[in-house]
Design a protein around this ligand. Structure first.
Ligand code: AMP
Length: 215
């Protein structure tokens, strides 16, 4: 099963993507987490991506597609994968279609997470991420000593999670990613899930819909 997760910033792609990959034993990739790690390690990709992430813009399609080509080559297996945050633009969706087509593979589903704008804004202000295991959640999920609940790492806010940056990322989402959602709807593989419910209920709904045939 090969699945992509789409949704505006703070819609829960990371949380739901990891949960889905765990339940279905698929490999998971968050392109956002990969870029943040590259920035932290100041690799060549990280140095290119850093100012773009700071502005809340999307990284260029050629760079993202080359990162994906490399990752897919190393990680594609019979079990498939869950891609969180790729594709985000139509050229990226085209790249993925070509990559799959060349291997006689297909995308099983595109999951679109829906959360009202005001709720996204409030989630962003309380969001924290662990730089060690890349767990992401709300400040209220941290341990009593303010550590990551998964690995006890020093979880902290993401640099790009201020309201101004969030608005810019949301605009990028509306401009470039909403057309991708429409494209997958037309392809008949879109699964739309309201992601305002508690996390386990959202995971359950995704699993329920993903095991049903799409129209
Ligand atoms: P995320 O962790 O999914 O919220 O992604 C954080 C940031 O990484 C985004 O706001 C973009 O700047 C960048 N990014 C992640 N994935 C992509 C992608 N597929 N295309 C372009 N930029 C991306």
């Amino acid at each position: 099963m090969r699945v992509v997760l789409l949704g505006p910033p703070a819609s829960g792609k990371g949380t739901q993507g990891r949960a889905l990959a765990r339940h279905t034993q698929q490999t998971y990739l968050s392109t956002g987490a990969l870029l943040r790690e590259a920035v932290e390690n100041q690799t060549e990709i990280g140095q290119t991506a850093e100012p773009i992430l700071q502005r809340g813009e999307y990284v260029s399609d050629p760079l993202m597609c080359s990162i994906l080509a490399d990752w897919l080559q190393r990680n594609d297996s019979e079990k498939g994968w869950v891609l969180d945050g790729f594709p985000r633009t139509m050229p990226q969706a085209q790249f993925l279609d070509n990559w799959l087509g060349e291997r006689q593979l297909r995308l099983h589903a595109a999951i679109s997470l829906d959360v009202p704008f005001e709720e996204l804004l409030s989630r962003v202000s309380g969001r924290v991420e662990c730089p060690v295991c890349r767990w992401s959640g709300q400040r209220s999920d941290l341990t009593r000593s303010n550590r990551c609940p998964q690995c006890d790492g020093p979880a902290h806010s993401r640099k790009d999670d201020d309201p101004e940056n969030f608005r810019s990322r949301y605009q990028e989402y509306e401009r470039f990613t909403v057309p991708v959602v429409t494209y997958y709807r037309e392809e008949g593989i879109l699964i739309k899930v309201s992601a305002s419910a508690p996390k386990p209920a959202v995971t359950k709904e995704i699993l329920r819909q993903i095991t049903q045939p799409t129209s």
